[in-house]
Design a protein around this ligand. Sequence first.
Ligand SMILES: [Fe+2]
Length: 382
Amino acid sequence: MNFTLRFPTEIIFGNDTINQIGTKARQLGNKAFLVTGKSAMRKAGYIDKIIDILKSAGVDDIFLYDQAEHDPSVETVDKGVQLAKEGNYNVVIGIGGGSAMDTGKTIASLMNNEGSAGDYQSGKEITNPGVPFIAVPTTAGTGAEITNNSVITNREKKIKQSIRSPLMIAKVAIVDPVLTKTMPPYVTASSGMDALTQAIETYVSLSANPFSDTLALRSISIISQNLYKAFENGDDMSARENMAMGSLFGAMAFANSALGAVHGLAHPIGALFDVPHGVICGLLLPYVMEYNLPAKTERFAQIAKSMDQYIEGESDEINAHRAIEFIHNLITKLKLPKRLSELGITRDDLPLIAKSAKGSSLNNNPRPTDPESLVEIMLSAL
Ligand SMILES: [Fe+2]
């Protein structure tokens, strides 16, 4: 029962906590490199508001790098590092979904380390602390505000791979549920399914520990009660607040444990097909649960309990299946794709996906996998 816990130094949660970003950033530096995506936040006027808050706190030199695309590339990161170095920026802020936070996190980490992001994907180690990084999620969510890694896409090699180091953890995470209000229903659904998948995979993972168990179960309970509410009515602030908290709890759990085969498969699928990460996760989740069920029946029954689906007196197996059924129904209600074929994936693609699936997520899946069993799982989801 050994475990090590690592977190951002400060995690600030609550409605309107974004107003603290000026003072928090100023404590770390006076020149901010602000990383975000192109669209929603800008349209909603949040970026302008954040720039104003930073300026009035004394962070007067701000570079807006709004180039974070979904599934950020090595090139986008490298260009950001170059610009941030040239301007001697001393604090990096990443605002957005997982892609924007991962772009910012990687730029911050590589500012005092030589070489391209591609080198670090291939195993080069981050040895020097980067500049301090502040993460501000606007989805609920990927958990990138808490984790020690970033997922970067190498478009040339058609791979999605992590860069990982304890030195990458944000100094400050500001989780303000108000910022998630502008998410359109489709993004609420897909990012919420990512959060739910992360919590479920953590709870059954081989690296689960008492700390991650506690938070993962609570996360499953909160998300299963609130995801559909937030999807159906984006202005339901109680649902938005709960989703932000559920996602945060799940992230704190999996950042200090591990994920499983859904995430092991989601990376090669995401590199080969242009589909949002959360959509792939939600789609695969019930099929991977089915595969893993014999290895962790009791834990899946516990998951059903957290989802309020547990029937007293029934077997663990029946209750475990009720958890899987709950996921199927939720995906239908969220109007997300249910079959890999809907994403343009064919039977012929499966062996390559299975062969490309590797990494710590797969190694921590509760039931061992090999390329054949991964193909079988995907066939059931085709
Ligand atoms: Fe994920």
